[in-house]
Design a protein around this ligand. Sequence first.
Ligand SMILES: [Zn+2]
Ligand SMILES: [Zn+2]
Ligand SMILES: [Zn+2]
Length: 253
Amino acid sequence: MKITFLGTGTSDGVPMIGCKCEVCRSRNKKNKRLRSSILITHKNKNYLIDTSIDFREQMLRENINHIENIFYTHSHADHTYGIVDIRAINWAMNNKTIDCYGNKETIDDLAERYDFIFNPIQRGGGLPSIKFKIIDKPMQINGLTITPINILHGILPILGYRFNNFAYITDASKIEKSSLDIIKDVDVLVINTLRYRDHSTHFGAQTAVDIIQSLNVKRTYLTHMTHDINHNKFLHELPKNIEPAFDGLKIYI
Ligand SMILES: [Zn+2]
Ligand SMILES: [Zn+2]
Ligand SMILES: [Zn+2]
């Protein structure tokens, strides 16, 4: 299984428009963050988590021309606005329709927000060919066991996902014990860390580290970071088993 970090930034991205802080001006590529999304490649099939605002740029950068399934964590703009560009992937796959999974709240909200995909106002022009489906229990796809993980993003119930021995959690501010039990023994975990301080809808660094160290996970990568995080500095401050992810990072499990 190969994991590709398509984007590791918070909703603003880094650099942030109009900001002149040290991280936004940094020349270190690891401080350039598109909006958060990852690609899981297994047996030559691609599984995408979220279609970020930067989806098009991410697909071009990583040379991706097929996606078998998409899994949504939640319906916020930074995780979904790339949805319209799925049409180019459909075309590259002989107009194959792509099944997109999420919890009921996410699917209902996406169907409402992006209703023009299903109720076009005129014929002509291309729209993505997708089918929304609810995932509420583990499912098997081509040798992968995919388990939805219920987490809280402020008061919003959203999903993380476990793919075999890998788990991805973003935008969490609370994880109940029953969900921690699903991720406690994975080989690799990705979890969100917005900045140093906690936020009402996101983990800050100390909270994330405390949760990670309470688990039995071999290696953890942090994602969904603001310009508060300077990659090299943060890397040295973290325990040895934890590191900040960066755009373009690939890991093999
Ligand atoms: Zn987000
Ligand atoms: Zn900045
Ligand atoms: Zn969010």
